[in-house]
Design a protein around this ligand. Structure first.
Ligand code: NAD
Length: 513
C-alpha cells in the first residue's frame, strides 16, 4: 500500500476489516459475517475489507431507523438544515482525503474525486437553504369561511441504492435533501466501492454525535444486490431511490411497485451531442472529448454518440482522431493523466465484447481500442478510448456500454439529427453545438430532445446541483438534486379548514338531517 493512501485511510477511520453497518454513531456487524474485499482498479491491490450485512443486521437497522424517525421528524426543518450545514463543513475538512480515496477505490481522476466531494458540499449548502423553503400552496376554497392549503410531511426511512461510478455524491444528493425533509436514511452503496461509503458514514455519524442526535438517522448497510432486495421488498421503507443500470432499475421498480411504494430511479444513459455545421468546432472538440473519455466513459452522462453534420463530418473526425492521440492514460492519482482505469476486469471484458459486437455489425474504427499492458497497468483495468463510425440502429449503439467507446453518426438535416438523438431507449442527457439560434431553439422545443437534460454549447457530461437531475424513458424518470426534486422525499397533504357555523358540502351537494 502506498504511504499516502495509508495515511488517508487512517484519517478517514478505515481499518483493515470494517464493520458492516452503522446506526448513527455506533458500529456493529456480526463477527461471523462475510467480508467484502475492496480492490483498487488503480494498481489491483486490496485496500481493506468491509463486513457484509446479515439479515439480522438489516432488521436491526430498519428498527433503529424507524425509532430515529419518530424523533428526527419533530426537529424543525431549519434546525435539521443546521445539522446538514455542519455535515457540509465536515466534508470541507475531509475533502482531500475523501476525494483521494474516491479516486483510488473507484479509479476516476484525482480532480474528479475532489469534484465529487465538492458536489457533496454544494448539495449540503443547497439543502440548508431548502430547509427554510419546503413550501406548500394555499388555494381559494369554493365554500365560504373555509381555508384550503397543502403541506408537505416526511415519508420515513428512505432507502438509497447507489452505483459505483459516483460512489459518494449520489448518496449525498439523496441524504442532504431527505434529511432536511425530515426523513431518515438507509444506504446500500455499490459493492464495488464500500470503503468510500464507510468513510462517509464515519463523517456524518460524528456530526450527529456532536449534536446529541440519537442513533439511526443515517445508516449504512454493505452488501450486494441481495441486501438491496431486502429494502426494495420492505414496506417499512416507503421510498427507494435507486441509481444504477436499467436492468437493476427494472427489478427495483417491479419490487417497489408490487407493494405500491415510491421509487426514484436514476438509470443508464446513451447520450449524444449534435454537432451542427454552424458549431464552433474547437469548443465542440473539448465538450466531445471530455464527455467521451472523462471518468473513462463511466459517467451516466458520458458522451456515447456524436451526431455530426455531413459538411463538417470529415474535418471534425480528423480533429477527434488527433485529440485522441494526445490522451494520456494511467494512474488517476497522477494529475498529468487524463484517463484512469475501468472499475474492474469484468468491465474490461464488457468493453472488449462491445468492440467485437460493433465490428460484427459493420462499425469502422477510426481509433482502435485495446487493453494496456505493462507494469504501470498491472491491475489489467486500463483501456484505450476508441472511436467508431456506425449507424444509429446497430444493436450495440442502442445499448449503454459503460466504457470509453465513442460512436460517430452522420446527418443531413436537423430534423434527422434530432430523430437520431432521440432514437435510443434511454433519455438522460443531450446537447447541441451550434451558433445558430433557430437550431438551438428547435432542439430545446417540444419537438426537440426527449431527454431530461438538454444543453446548448455544453457537452452532455457533468451537471450543476441547482437543476433537477435525471432522465426519461429507460433512464427511469426520477429527478434528484436541485429545483423542486425535494418533493419526491415528502408526502403532500391537502387540508381544508371550516371556520363557518354550517357544514356546506363541496359541489353544492345537499344533505339535510
Ligand atoms: P448496477 O445496476 O450494477 O448496480 C447499482 C446498485 O444497484 C448497486 O448497489 C447494486 O448492488 C444494486 N442492485 C443491483 N441489482 C439490484 C436489485 N435487483 N435490487 C436492488 N439492488 C440492486 O450499476 P453500476 O454498474 O454500479 O453503475 C453503472 C450504472 O449506473 C450505469 O448504467 C450508469 O448509467 C448508471 N448511473 C446512473 C446515474 C443517473 O443518475 N442516471 C448515475 C450514476 C450511474
Amino acid at each position: 500500500m502506498r504511504t499516502e493512501i495509508q495515511s488517508i485511510l487512517n484519517k478517514l477511520g478505515i481499518k483493515a476489516d470494517n464493520a458492516a453497518f452503522s446506526t448513527g454513531s455506533v458500529w456493529g456487524g456480526d463477527a461471523n459475517a462475510k467480508s467484502l474485499e475492496s480492490y483498487s482498479p488503480v494498481d489491483g491491490k486490496i485496500i481493506a475489507s468491509a463486513k457484509v450485512a446479515t439479515a439480522e443486521d438489516y432488521e436491526l437497522i430498519v428498527k433503529k431507523s424507524q425509532e430515529a424517525f419518530k424523533h428526527w421528524r419533530t426537529i424543525p426543518a431549519p434546525k435539521r438544515g443546521e445539522i446538514v450545514r455542519q455535515f457540509g463543513d465536515a466534508l470541507r475538512a475531509n475533502k482531500d482525503a475523501l476525494g483521494t480515496l474516491v479516486s483510488y477505490e473507484m479509479g476516476k481522476s484525482l480532480q474528479e474525486g475532489f469534484g465529487e466531494v465538492q458536489e457533496m458540499i454544494d448539495i449540503c449548502d443547497f439543502a440548508v437553504g431548502l430547509s427554510r423553503q419546503l413550501y406548500g400552496l394555499t388555494m381559494h376554497s369554493e365554500r365560504p369561511n373555509h381555508r384550503m392549503y397543502e403541506q408537505w410531511h416526511p415519508l420515513g426511512p428512505v432507502g438509497i441504492i447507489s452505483a459505483f461510478n459516483f460512489p459518494v455524491a449520489v448518496w449525498s444528493w439523496n441524504t442532504a435533501l431527505a434529511l432536511v425533509c425530515g426523513n431518515v436514511c438507509i444506504w446500500k452503496p455499490s459493492e464495488k466501492t464500500p470503503l468510500t461509503a464507510v468513510s462517509c458514514q464515519h463523517i456524518i455519524a460524528q456530526v450527529f454525535k456532536d449534536n446529541n442526535i440519537p442513533e439511526g438517522v443515517c445508516n449504512l448497510i454493505i452488501g450486494d444486490k441481495e441486501v438491496g432486495e431486502w429494502m426494495t421488498n420492505d414496506v417499512r421503507v416507503p421510498l427507494i431511490s435507486a441509481t444504477g443500470s436499467t436492468r437493476m432499475g427494472k427489478a427495483v421498480a417491479a419490487a417497489v411497485g408490487a407493494r405500491l411504494g415510491k421509487s426514484l430511479l436514476e438509470l443508464g444513459g446513451n447520450n449524444a451531442i449534435i454537432i451542427s455545421a454552424d458549431a464552433d468546432l474547437d469548443m465542440s472538440l473539448i465538450g466531445a472529448v471530455f464527455g467521451a473519455v472523462g471518468t473513462a466513459g463511466q459517467r451516466c452522462t458520458s458522451t456515447r454518440r456524436l451526431i455530426i453534420h455531413e459538411d463538417v463530418y470529415d474535418a471534425f473526425a480528423a480533429k477527434l482522431v488527433k485529440a485522441y492521440g494526445q490522451i494520456r492514460i494511467g494512474d488517476p492519482l497522477d494529475q498529468n493523466n487524463h484517463v484512469g482505469p475501468l472499475i474492474d476486469t469484468d468491465a474490461v471484458a464488457n468493453y472488449l465484447n462491445s468492440i467485437e459486437k460493433c465490428k460484427a455489425e459493420g462499425g469502422n474504427f477510426l481509433v482502435e481500442g485495446g487493453v494496456l499492458e505493462g507494469a504501470d497497468y498491472a491491475s489489467g483495468c486500463y483501456v484505450r478510448p476508441c472511436i467508431a463510425e456506425v449507424e444509429n440502429d446497430f444493436k450495440i449503439v442502442q445499448h449503454e456500454t459503460f466504457a470509453p467507446i465513442l460512436y460517430l453518426i452522420k446527418y443531413k438535416t436537423l430534423d434527422e439529427a434530432i430523430a437520431l438523438q432521440n432514437g435510443v431507449p434511454q433519455g438522460l442527457s443531450s446537447a447541441i453545438m451550434t451558433l445558430n439560434l433557430r437550431e438551438a431553439e428547435q432542439f430545446l422545443s417540444s419537438t426537440g430532445s426527449d431527454c431530461g437534460i438538454a444543453n446548448v454549447n455544453i457537452g452532455t457530461s457533468g451537471a450543476e446541483i441547482g437543476g433537477a437531475f435525471g432522465g426519461e424513458k429507460e433512464t427511469g424518470g426520477g429527478r434528484e438534486s436541485g429545483s423542486d426534486a425535494w418533493r419526491a422525499y415528502m408526502r403532500r397533504q391537502t387540508n381544508t379548514i371550516n371556520y363557518s357555523n354550517t357544514l356546506p358540502l363541496a359541489q353544492g351537494i345537499k344533505f339535510d338531517l
